[in-house]
Design a protein around this ligand. Structure first.
Ligand code: FAD
Length: 550
């Protein structure tokens, strides 16, 4: 079975098959684990209790980066691995991961001086040696100001330009799921892991699952379970032992977006703030993304949301670096927050805690959490290696991962820019304007052809979801038909970027998108209204942090 159509068939397959591997959690980690395991020829089920990437994996800073600041803590192997994966993703997934130039501005009294920056970037270059990345360029104060005039009035002493990359985090997750399906895995969203069903010897050959849409509870059989539940890892352990002590530490990271016209940075800017951290200002189409905070979080992961103090902090730090922009609460387009999953250990600031992954093995189970979006593929290789060891003889045929040089479902043949130019030329024949065609090619790669064919069938679908933004109504239909979108939020938050890029966060578009989904998914009027209302509640959660001045 391939693809993400026909949910009922996938659900039935979950109940009929004895799988080698059950993967719990459809964020980037679980999706990559399923892809890796399927690439080795194992039979794989992947379940996610909500939408793909609906946990942490759409709430990142959307960078695929070495992590310059981790050099400060001596995490050389993490930086080295990240740089290798960055270059690999640029090559294998050019529609999902693209180069991003950074200006690093040094502010006196912060944790990076000019000599420390020069040493760090030299090491960064050295660690990516031979991978084709350009070397960094150091700048004096005047050159830094010429590179970024918005820094005028800030007390910076100089800077440097270097290259990293950005990703569409939610769509990178989705393409891992799509590829896992293409390799034979059975991925089903809106199915929750309830508890393990153990043998008398303590092993766990089965688990009790719940179809969130129908409420039906059913068992699944699998030789090994790989838990990839991110911030919900402790909650998953407590499905069996309600009193189990916490093993993870969580840190809340918030972002805000402001209109690009209010902070038109020429390239991404990194500004050192306290606790060895950086504030990023990242140009992202119609908005500039500002992030992030890093504060200990002890509450329920489901309730994590940006707080008024997070928004105030980000605006204050941006105000120090870009005083002339005079950003205020009224400029904020959207706010969102996610949780970093960190190893519990020594006390101290979460910002200084290790970003290495947490991999644990027990009879019949592997648990993997933490780490980075950037290193998802390598984390998956290690988690599946651990699962193969747990499988013993049954895993003997599955020793080698085949993801190292494997492209993604949307990866086009040949050089990416040539593909985009050719696609735009061909789409013009279907009446798709060049701007829209370019947008589709950059977002979907070779799969953009399928979206254009929807426009060919129904030309009205070429309308933008929100006037002034590139996202098309055809994308909402494509999301429901071919990308497992089952809610207005799936379309507006994760398949497109309307939630964090549109003024008003697309609240006015929710009815129209709900109608498109109703027609495709056969919803009743009540279901259509509930889906619209859920999206508006997400928008309210985002606005709540902006509504209060602290
Ligand atoms: P998640 O994405 O949280 O996935 C876990 C999934 O498990 C969830 O979707 C959840 O719904 C599901 N789940 C939970 N319980 C159950 C259950 N009972 N049954 C079924 N499913 C269940 N990394 C980078 O490389 N670059 C960055 O720029 C970057 N920026 C970041 C910024 C912030 C603010 C944060 C918080 C992290 C950032 N990271 C970044 C790290 C990166 O985002 C995370 O490492 C990654 O997204 C974690 O993915 P995951 O799959 O482990 O967790």
């Amino acid at each position: 079975m391939t693809g993400l159509a026909r949910r009922p068939e996938r659900l039935a397959a979950l109940q009929k098959t004895t799988f080698d591997v059950l993967v719990v959690g459809g964020g980037i980690t679980g999706a990559a684990v399923a892809r890796d395991a399927a690439s080795r020829g194992l039979s794989v089920a992947l379940i996610e209790r909500e939408d793909w990437a609906s946990g942490t994996s759409w709430r990142s800073s959307k960078l695929v980066h070495g992590g310059l600041r981790y050099l400060q803590s001596g995490a050389l192997s993490l930086v080295y691995e990240s740089l290798a994966e960055r270059e690999r993703l640029l090559r294998l997934a050019p529609h999902l991961v693209s180069p991003l130039e950074f200006l690093f501005a040094v502010l006196p009294g912060r944790w990076v001086s000019r000599p420390v920056l020069a040493a760090g970037l030299t090491l960064y270059d050295w660690l990516s040696l031979g991978r084709g990345a350009p070397r960094h360029r150091r700048l004096g104060r005047r050159e830094t100001l010429a590179a970024e005039p918005l820094l005028a009035g800030a007390p910076f002493s100089g800077g440097a330009i270097y290259r990293d990359a950005r990703a569409d985090d939610a769509r990178l997750t989705l393409e891992n799921v799509l590829d896992a399906a293409a390799l034979g895995a059975v991925p089903v969203s809106r199915v929750a892991f309830q508890k393990p069903l153990r043998n008398p010897d303590g092993e766990c050959p089965a688990a009790s699952l719940r179809d969130v849409e129908s409420g039906t509870v059913f068992p699944v059989r699998a030789r090994v379970t790989i838990r990839a539940a991110g911030p919900w890892s402790d909650a998953l352990r407590r499905t069996e032992d309600a009193a189990a002590a916490a093993r993870m530490r969580l840190s809340l990271g918030a972002h805000v977006t402001v209109p690009a016209s209010r902070l038109p940075v020429a390239r991404a800017v990194a500004i050192p703030v306290e606790s060895s951290r950086l504030l990023f200002a990242i140009p992202s189409g119609p908005v500039t993304l500002l992030g992030t905070t890093d504060t200990e979080y002890r509450g329920d992961p489901d309730a994590a949301a940006p707080r008024p103090e997070d928004v105030a902090y980000l605006l204050a730090r941006a105000g120090e670096a870009f005083p002339s922009a005079a950003l205020g609460l009224e400029d904020v387009v959207a706010a969102f927050a996610g949780l970093r999953t960190l190893r519990i250990g020594r006390r101290g600031e979460v910002a200084r805690a290790s970003r290495e992954e947490i991999l644990e093995t027990s009879p019949g189970e592997v648990s993997v959490a933490g780490g980075k979006l950037t290193t998802h593929r390598r984390m998956a290789v290690r988690a599946v290696d651990a699962a193969v060891a747990v499988l013993g003889d049954a895993g003997a045929r599955a020793r080698v991962s085949a993801t190292r040089d494997r492209s993604f479902p949307g990866t086009p043949e040949g050089p990416f820019e040539a593909f985009v130019a050719d696609f735009v030329r061909r789409a013009a024949g279907s009446g798709v304007p060049a701007g829209a065609a370019r947008h589709l090619a950059l977002r979907y790669g070779a799969r953009a052809e399928e979206v254009v064919s929807l426009v060919r069938e129904t030309p009205a679908l070429a309308r933008p979801i929100v006037p002034g933004l590139p996202d098309l109504e055809a994308e909402a239909l494509f999301a429901a038909r071919s990308e497992d979108a089952r809610d207005v939020s799936d379309v507006l938050i994760r398949r497109t970027h309307v939630f964090w890029q549109a003024r008003g966060q697309g609240a006015e578009a929710a009815s129209r998108v709900a109608e498109i989904l109703r027609a495709e998914l056969g919803w009743t009027s009540a279901e259509t209204e509930q889906s619209r209302a859920r999206y508006l509640a997400e928008v309210s959660r985002s606005r709540a942090a902006v509504a209060t001045r602290v």
